[in-house]
Structure formats: structure tokens, C-alpha cells
Design a binder for this molecule. Structure first.
Ligand code: BTN
Length: 246
């Protein structure tokens, strides 16, 4: 069923494809690149404490398990970058204007269409395996939170397996770029599609709203902002919120 060289585990329902992947990995039952695909998740996980909700059989819900052999712990943000790059590129075959919101949300018209949750396992200084959980809104039309799907944006239904195959082909290209340690190419592509890059945006930090210029993202994943009075601020994951309506 998959055109790429991945094993496929397709489940009608599971707690979370990421949880399923980490369970299999900890039982040493996964040793090859594998996609765990679900039609429905009863405990879909989002970033932090968030949940990821998705109607049955409407969207893409999967976790990709890969085994990088040369990527160091301090380079782990590149896994995040290539995953977001690959989702954006796959979407661009059907929809214009998709952006990557730091660190790895996928937006169209400032609304979320996809999310990525990555869990890396380290052995000594290297990443021994990574679980890349991806949720992409495909054919769902109603959402409890502000969000969009490929269907709401185009009016068309999409074949989920076709999209998955296309994603896997693109992902493998970027994964090889990473394995070849071509960080500069990855950096350029990520910044090219980064929401707000080199622009003034509104943010909220500990309840305080402020305006800042998006200078870039450091190789370890920190977001670099410059305030109106020239101060440089550095934020880790979930330390600052983008005010998307502003
Ligand atoms: C986010 O909060 O933006 C990340 C969402 C990630 C959701 C996907 S759906 C497939 C995989 N399994 C999970 O439980 N979560 C990820």
C-alpha cells in the first residue's frame, strides 16, 4: 500500500499513534522504518498537555518511526524542521500559502491545518530513533477550535493514502539531506516558509503583549526576536505565544 520503503501498521482505532510507536520501540518490536497510521485516536496527543482531536477516518493521523544514525542530540531540532518542511511541501502540491509557525505547526491563512509531535530517543550523544507524529486536517469540515482542512480550503475530498505516500517521498528527500549533514539547505528552506520571518509580529509572554521582529531560529531551536527598543530575546519551545489575530 505504501510506495516508499516503510512498514505500515494501519489501525482502525488506537489511543495515540505516538504512544503505540513508543510502546513498540520500548518492547524492541520496531527495528525498521515504520508508519503507524490510525483512522481514529481515543487519546490523540498534542504538544505539551494538549489533546489532538480528529473525526473518525477524515484526517491523516500517523507516526513515522525512523532511525537516524548520525544526528547528535544537540542537532535534534533539525528533525522538527525537516518534518515541518515536508508537510508544507506536500501541502503545496494542493494548496497555496501554507506556512510553518515556529516551531513546527502548519498554518494556512493563519489557521492551523497540521501539527507535529516529535519524541526522540537518545543513546549517548546520538538520536537512536525518532517518532514523528503528524496530524493533518484533510477531509474534516467542522472543528471545535479555529482550524482549517484541505477540504474546507478547496472544497475537494482527498485520498489520505495518496497524501501519505506523497509526504513520505518528500520526507525521505529531506531525511537524506539531514543524514548528509547539509544543515544549511534545511535552514534555508525552513526560514523561507517560516511564518513572520523578518517581520514585526505581536506576541504574548507571561500575559504581557509585545511587538517584536522575527530575527530567526537558532540551530538548537530557540526563536530569536528583537523588540522595538533593540533588545534581543531568545525563547524556548512554548515560552512565548504568537498572537495570530493581531
Ligand atoms: C500539536 O499539538 O500541534 C501536535 C499534534 C500532533 C498530532 C499527531 S496525530 C498523530 C500523532 N499521534 C498523536 O497522538 N499525536 C500525533
Amino acid at each position: 500500500m505504501l510506495t516508499q520503503n516503510f512498514n505500515l501498521i494501519h489501525l482502525a482505532s488506537v489511543r495515540s499513534t505516538n504512544l503505540h510507536a513508543t510502546d513498540l520501540l520500548s518492547g524492541k518490536k520496531l527495528i525498521e522504518p515504520t508508519v503507524i497510521l490510525a483512522d481514529y485516536q481515543t487519546e490523540g496527543k498534542g504538544q505539551g498537555e494538549n489533546t489532538w482531536l480528529s473525526d473518525d477516518s477524515k484526517n491523516l493521523l500517523f507516526s513515522l518511526v525512523v532511525f537516524p544514525n548520525k544526528i547528535k542530540a544537540r542537532e535534534q531540532f533539525y528533525i522538527s524542521k525537516i518534518s515541518a518542511i515536508a508537510v508544507r511541501e506536500m501541502l503545496s502540491e494542493h494548496i497555496a500559502g501554507a506556512k510553518i509557525k515556529w516551531p513546527n505547526d502548519i498554518l494556512v491563512n493563519k489557521l492551523k491545518i497540521g501539527g507535529i509531535l516529535i519524541q526522540n530517543t537518545l543513546r549517548a550523544d546520538l538520536i537512536s530513533n525518532t517518532v514523528i507524529g503528524i496530524g493533518l486536517n484533510v477531509n474534516q469540515e467542522k472543528f471545535s477550535l479555529p482550524a482549517v482542512s484541505m477540504k474546507t480550503l478547496t472544497g475537494k475530498e482527498f485520498d489520505r493514502i495518496g497524501l501519505l505516500n506523497s509526504f513520505l517521498g518528500i520526507f525521505m528527500y529531506w531525511f537524506e539531506t539531514l543524514q548528509n549533514r547539509d544543515f544549511a539547505t534545511i535552514e534555508l528552506e525552513y526560514l523561507k516558509y517560516l511564518y513572520g520571518f523578518q517581520q514585526w509580529l505581536k506576541f504574548s509572554w507571561g500575559g504581557v503583549e509585545f511587538e517584536a521582529f522575527v530575527e530567526g531560529v537558532e540551530s538548537d531551536g530557540y526563536l530569536i526576536l528583537k523588540t522595538r527598543d533593540g533588545k534581543i530575546l531568545k525563547f524556548g519551545f512554548r515560552e512565548v505565544d504568537f498572537l495570530l489575530d493581531a
